[in-house]
Design a protein around this ligand. Structure first.
Ligand code: F6P
Length: 476
């Protein structure tokens, strides 16, 4: 429930992220309602912050162009940042998702460089920095998130030198050799150096950042996990993000979830095996190659359409960006081909859902699926893989996981695949479908231990504790 709120003068912890944890949906009763924002950032950071005692504020975009008043949802103080339609094109569609997103994800599609996009990015980053400066109490902690806001830590340090500033990147950070192509490489790296602590999903990403700052001549090496920039020590190391384990495990055990899962399998035609994919419709997620693998397996008869069904959730995402429009066309062409060739009337082989899915329905899907396919070409972490594991309390089910997802480090007991290798993917799917229960059990047990060992709120505690620790002084 949303309630209006006026800004408190002494907020001790301010979260700054592109999106607020909720966004406005025009659908539903009485002309609209707040629904959870998409993506792993919100699903991990939201609960981690909500569980913390004390006064926390969250600064972000509601998805609307108009100015809105601060309000409260589930005890979190939310400060909306407005973005005009033009600014959305330059900052969000353009620099964030047309330049940085593809560059940081192995250039799966080409990254475009446009000076007016960067100008819009600077302008919107400044707005977030100013909003954070206004919301934070004296010597408060500000935790800035993700690639859309890389300039914010530097801007904020200039506005409010008294603050403790942390930055966490939820997506991969590329090697300097790739990053250096950016015409604004110094500004972006300087922006992040404004933070006291930079967190990354993997040690490789953190090392890439440290190496970059040194190569650009902005910082010098300092121990294993820090650099020195000017007179400040800036830490840059890995904090692999987790999920809210209790929430997922609790919901998985729910009787209603069990009934929904049973009902779901019945509606799918009571197949022997249910395969599942859950992604934002994003070209980094490997949905197209995954569907090609499914198609070939069905075409060759390695999978029997009478006993296997697949559900692919493809949550709408960034649908004003050209590369996403093209991907949608390709995925939907493949869905049509696969269903045309292998479905029977009333029993589609592939259920393709290009819609947001509510939490309860998602949990039922995780419970109903025998094989989960998470095969991104590159992914900072991928929390869907962890959510599936958390839902499998009965130690059944197999996970096929891309070796290029950050989650592969912790979930080494999944069937790891190269997501570009159609034959390898096919072999892994066949192996997952026919895995002996004892092997599935052993793998799931180990994966569950890994997921349970890294809960989202512990992740947030760890980051914030390290951010609060006394900074080393540099003497010259
Ligand atoms: O994790 C990467 C990320 O871009 C998050 O910042 C974001 O919350 C999520 O993916 C969804 O993307 P978007 O906000 O562009 O819909």
């Amino acid at each position: 429930d949303a309630a209006p709120r006026t800004q408190g003068p002494a907020t001790r912890l301010v979260i700054v992220a592109n999106r607020l944890p909720v966004r406005w949906s025009d659908e539903g009763e009485e002309g609209g309602r707040w629904i959870p924002s998409p993506g792993g950032l919100v699903s991990a950071v939201g609960p981690a912050i909500a569980q913390r005692p004390g006064d926390a504020a969250w600064i972000g975009w509601t998805g609307a162009a108009t100015e809105e008043e601060p309000f409260e949802v589930d005890g979190l103080h939310l400060h909306p940042v407005a973005m005009s339609d033009d600014e959305k094109v330059l900052f969000y569609d353009g620099m964030s998702n047309g330049t940085l997103w593809p560059l940081y994800h192995d250039k799966v599609v080409p990254s475009e460089f446009h000076r007016h996009w960067f100008d819009g990015y600077k302008r919107v980053n400044r707005r977030y920095a100013e909003a954070a400066a206004a919301a934070a109490g004296p010597e408060a902690t500000v935790w800035v998130h993700d690639y859309q806001l890389q300039l914010v830590p530097g801007m904020l340090r200039e506005l409010r030198p008294d603050l403790r500033i942390g930055f966490f990147l939820h997506i991969p950070f590329p090697p300097p050799e790739v990053f250096q192509a950016l015409p604004w490489r110094e500004q972006l790296a300087q922006g992040m150096l404004g933070a006291d602590l930079n967190g990354f999903q993997t040690p490789e990403a953190a090392a890439n950042f440290r190496r970059l700052t040194m190569r650009l001549g902005l910082a010098e090496a300092h121990g294993d996990e820090s650099v020195v920039a000017g007179d400040r020590v800036v830490r840059a190391c890995a904090y692999p993000i987790g999920i809210d384990v209790a929430r997922y495990e609790g919901a998985a055990h729910d009787r209603e979830t069990t009934e929904r899962a049973r009902d779901l399998r019945a509606r799918l035609g009571a197949p022997h095996t249910v395969l599942l994919g859950v992604d934002r419709l994003d070209y980094t997620k490997g949905i197209d190659v995954r569907l090609r693998a499914l198609k070939e397996l069905l075409d060759e008869g390695s999978l029997n359409p009478a006993t296997v069904t697949m559900v692919q959730i493809a949550q709408p995402s960034r649908d004003d960006v050209e590369a996403y429009i093209t991907l949608r066309e390709e995925v939907e062409r493949l869905v049509g081909q696969i269903n045309g060739d292998h479905s029977r009337v009333g029993f589609p082989i592939l259920h393709y859902i290009h819609q947001d899915v509510e939490f309860e329905e998602l949990m039922a899907m995780y419970r109903a699926a025998d094989v989960m396919l998470v095969t991104p070409f590159r992914d900072g972490m991928n929390l869907v893989a962890k959510e599936y594991v958390a839902a499998r309390y009965d130690l059944t089910g197999s996970l096929v996981l891309s070796e290029f997802a950050g989650a592969a480090t912790e979930l080494a007991d999944a069937l790891l695949v190269n997501p570009y290798d159609v034959d390898g993917l096919k072999a892994a799917i066949v192996r997952a479908v026919s895995m002996p229960p004892a092997e599935a059990r052993e793998r799931m047990e180990r994966m569950r231990a890994a997921v349970e060992a890294n809960d989202a709120s512990e992740w947030a505690d760890r980051f914030l504790r390290d951010l609060a620790a006394d900074r080393e002084r540099v003497t010259t």
